[in-house]
Design a protein around this ligand. Structure first.
Ligand SMILES: [Ca+2]
Ligand SMILES: [Ca+2]
Length: 371
């Protein structure tokens, strides 16, 4: 049985080159498989985009979020571990065989005592640029942008590049600089202000950049407003198409914005690219290199959608809230990552709006070979 075999393969976790095997008891294993089968029957086994458990994570990696497909063919995954913060934030690697390897333990923030790695991208220098989103612990501008220096596949140190975000979230590395979404610039303001900052690589020499608070910093290139009282969440996922246009998710408005740049790199235009059409929120996005379509994780809708280059939204998969991720069902998905024909989906499983944080910690996989 494909699902069972795959689950067992993914229990193999290689930690710092010392292979260990996470082996739930036979009773737990049987329960996972049986309940998974029931879940699939309820959702409809025959559906083309039925998700399955691609990676089953132990409690040490309990809150999967940001993912990036690196040039080495591995997916790198940030686990801030908000749901059980007694475990530190981790950088993990999902190999081509879907084996999880631990790459790095992020250092604790000096004030909050927690590490909170969320968004991630690979820079042109081969290092990882990572947002340290401390808003779960302190909303007073304690979030940061970090850089994990990599040498021969190993993390050698972590640098603090920028301080003073309220809620740094997605990060995109482009040839001209690093873009970071700030999900809320002033938590007391309404409608909720958020935005995008850009930094040039040559600014990262010496001491960290300290942002001026309240949206007054010159690195801010885009402002958004979110007026949904049910979801006070602003700029979130971000990506760039093959032409270099920038797309930013306004989470609470379930809207994807598109921005163009002029020759000097300044923003030259903005428009609503896609809104609603079945999306209840707009979280992490990734482009499909085949055709410039994109996939978006819909945290509020417990769904994943595909958006074509004309802004038409098609729901790839959606299931009821609070599934526990059983059998691969989505459980508050926050990020997507496309590798070949496999769409990986992080189930961050944050306990908000009717969702419980529950025992399975999973990356779902959907075969999108037929798109
Ligand atoms: Ca859940
Ligand atoms: Ca769960």
């Amino acid at each position: 049985m494909k699902t069972k075999r795959h689950q067992i393969e993914n229990r193999k976790l290689k930690i710092e080159n010392t292979p260990i095997v996470w082996q739930p008891s036979n009773a737990v294993r049987w329960m996972i498989v049986c309940i998974g089968c029931m879940g699939m029957m309820i959702a409809g086994c025959a559906q083309q985009h039925q998700p399955r458990i691609g990676v089953l994570l132990p409690d040490e990696y309990n809150t999967p979020d940001g993912m990036i497909l690196a040039p080495d063919g591995n997916i790198y995954l940030d686990c801030p571990n908000y749901n059980q913060p007694e475990y530190p934030g981790k950088l993990l690697r999902i190999t081509k065989d879907d084996i999880v390897e631990e790459v790095f333990t992020y250092p604790a923030h000096p004030k909050t005592g927690k590490s909170a790695p969320l968004g991630i991208d690979v820079g042109p220098d081969g290092n990882f640029y990572v947002t340290d989103n401390q808003s779960f612990y302190d909303k007073n501008n304690q979030s940061r942008l970090l850089r994990v220096i990599m040498q021969k596949g190993k993390a050698v140190r972590c640098e603090v590049l920028v301080t003073g975000f309220v809620e740094s979230n997605a990060v995109s590395c482009r040839p001209e600089g690093v873009y970071v979404t700030e999900t809320q610039m002033d938590p007391s303001a309404w409608p909720l202000p958020s935005g995008v900052y850009r930094f040039r690589y040559n600014e990262f020499a010496g001491e960290p950049i300290e942002l001026k608070p309240g949206g007054k910093d010159a690195h801010l290139i885009v402002r958004l407003a979110t007026g949904n009282p049910d979801w006070r969440v602003g700029a979130n996922g971000m990506g760039f198409d093959s032409k270099g246009n920038m797309y930013v998710c306004n989470f609470g408005e379930a809207t994807l914005m598109r921005y163009t740049f002029d020759a000097s790199g300044a923003i030259s235009g903005s428009e609503i690219f896609a809104s609603g059409q079945g999306m209840e929120s707009c979280d992490g996005i990734k482009f499909d290199p085949k055709n410039d379509d994109m996939f978006v994780a819909d945290f509020a809708g417990n769904a994943v959608h595909r958006i074509d280059k004309n802004g038409k939204v098609t729901t790839v998969w959606k299931n009821a809230n609070d599934s526990d991720g059983i059998g691969g069902l989505l459980d508050r998905p926050s990020e997507v990552c496309l590798r070949g024909n496999k769409l990986y989906i992080s189930n961050i499983d944050l306990p908000v709006k009717g969702n419980r944080y529950d025992p399975l910690h999973t990356i779902s996989v959907i075969d999108v070979g037929g798109r």
